[in-house]
Design a protein around this ligand. Structure first.
Ligand code: 4AD
Length: 485
């Protein structure tokens, strides 16, 4: 005897090229449109047959009905799926991967506008909820989920972080594109140490421990993972007035601190025909404010999750950073402020010494929790490329750091020494003249006054989201004694 479905299959074929799928309980058409949950949640096409793929965030089983929340990484809000209890199947648990087909309908509940009324549920990958490190109603801290770098993207908080990171990356690129900058893909492997701080990772083929002479080096010269794209950007700034890069930087700092990584991302920009630190400061402030405003409007619910559950009250701080003009003080003024304060610092502030994190945080508070530029650092504290202010008796350079609430240093930048004689003399004193012959040539052929900066992208996310530990802002954190996965 023909069943109703066999009749349907015989007399009502689905549109060309598609086929009816027969399951023991339900029949559905393979033409259901595959849809991302973010799009399903805002869809106006109620009644449409759709299929979604994702991971189950909650399961509630009643006598006649089954309620699921399913996420696919496209939004913080999951899609509610309603099914008759007989669709409940083995393996349908918190954390499992599913493929669900059904019709998108207006939801009777106030909590969501649409829901998926399931016709077919397939468990694609089971997840044993007992062994799974995250629990259905658990409030897992960032510290806890950090122990599972291979699984933490399945938590709400970390998937929000990853969406924010992706959107912030897009925001940075749009800022520079909209403002006429050319993006340069600078090398990851380099033969120079831009910052001269010596915390370099050397690059050689695996197994080449004994490098006796230069012929044994893979590249004939010692080579390293880049600490900064700056010098390569300066090359390009000889032909383009505004360039930028956004890529990884590596520092072999033996630090377990909450704001240092061995591999981090840096946004760097270089602008020409400028002899004023004010232009560099304006660019830094614009990049910060424009990217943050973009993020707040394009990723509102993900940012809200951080401001609500990770750093309550942080939203006001971000609003105030966006509204107010950043402060500017000189390094010399900063040391005076620190010395006049009653604060007992672990390291006494002293002219000629680096500002410590505790000093930076104090200065930001002193400036009303609004970011502050500290300018004109002592000559001996900054790398060879910084422009000499030629001032006396306290010899300084046109370098600046941007300090922000909660983090301290977010950006470092400077005007670059464009005067051949001064640069040559400084390199010679450091014994670097021959290594930087090419850099000196940049000053011989059409040299112009220029400057730029680097912004630590993970510190930027810490600052905007109020995340205490930098390891929670990057998909796979690398720091001394830890290189998981
Ligand atoms: O101040 P830095 O060392 O500046 C430079 O590298 C310049 N050459 C950049 C330029 O002018 N183009 O580094 C820039 C920023 C710091 O302010 C900080 O935010 C971040 O990079 N940074 C780190 N972030 C995470 N982990 C580390 N170990 C970092 N070291 C620097």
């Amino acid at each position: 005897m023909m069943t109703p479905f066999m009749l349907l299959r015989r007399f009502c074929p689905p549109p060309c090229g598609r086929r009816w799928i027969f399951s023991s309980k339900h029949h559905y058409c393979s033409s259901a449109t595959k849809i991302r949950i973010r799009d399903a949640l805002t869809s106006l096409h109620t009644g449409a047959m759709v299929s979604i793929q994702g991971w189950v965030r909650s399961v509630r089983s009643q006598k006649n009905n089954l309620f699921l929340h399913v996420s696919d990484g496209s939004s913080l809000e999951p899609l509610q799926v309603v099914a008759s209890a007989d669709l409940n199947t083995r393996g349908l648990t918190f954390g499992c991967a599913v493929d669900i087909t059904g019709s998108l309908e207006k939801s009777p509940s106030q909590r969501q506008t649409v829901e998926l009324q399931a016709h077919h549920i397939k468990v694609v990958g089971e997840c044993n909820p007992v062994d799974f490190p995250f629990k259905i109603k658990g409030h897992h801290s960032l510290e806890y989920i950090r122990q599972f770098p291979h699984l933490r993207c399945r938590t709400n908080t970390f998937s929000s972080l990853l969406r924010i990171r992706s959107e912030a990356t897009a925001a940075v690129h749009s800022y520079f594109r909209d403002n006429g900058f050319v993006q340069i893909h600078t090398p990851v492997i380099t033969s120079n140490d831009c910052e001269g701080a010596g915390n370099l990772f050397q690059v050689e083929p695996a197994g080449s421990d004994d490098i006796a002479d230069k012929d044994d080096h893979f590249f004939s010269v010692p080579s390293y993972l880049t600490v900064s794209a700056q010098l390569h950007l300066e090359v390009m700034a000889g032909a383009f007035p505004a360039v930028y890069s956004f890529g990884p930087a590596f520092r072999a700092e033996n630090s377990q601190s909450r704001r240092h990584l061995a591999e981090f991302y840096m946004v760097e920009a270089e602008i020409c025909f400028t002899d004023s630190l004010k232009d560099v400061m304006k660019l830094m402030e614009d990049v910060f404010k424009s990217s943050t405003a973009h993020l707040l409007s394009n990723c509102a619910e993900d940012v809200w999750l951080f401001h609500k559950s990770i750093s309550p009250g942080h939203q006001d701080k971000v609003d105030s950073m966006l509204k107010r003009t950043f402060n500017v003080i000189s390094y010399t003024e900063a040391i005076d402020i620190l010395n006049r304060s009653a604060q007992p610092f672990t390291f006494s502030p002293k002219w000629g010494c680096d500002l410590q994190t505790e000093h930076e945080k104090f200065l930001v508070k002193h400036c009303g929790n609004v970011p502050v530029f500290v300018t004109d650092y002592p000559y001996d504290l900054k790398p060879f490329y910084t422009r000499d202010n030629q001032d006396h008796p306290r010899h300084t350079v046109a370098a600046l750091d941007l300090l922000v609430p909660g983090v301290g240093e977010l950006c470092g930048g400077s005007l670059r020494e464009e005067r051949l004689d001064l640069l040559k003399a400084r390199l010679a004193r450091a014994g670097l003249e021959s290594s930087y012959a090419w850099y000196l040539q940049l000053r011989q052929f059409g040299s112009v006054p220029h400057g730029g900066f680097g912004l630590g992208f993970e510190r930027y996310l810490q600052c905007v989201l109020g995340v205490d530990n930098i390891k929670d802002t990057i998909p796979f954190a690398r720091f001394s004694r830890s290189c998981l996965l």
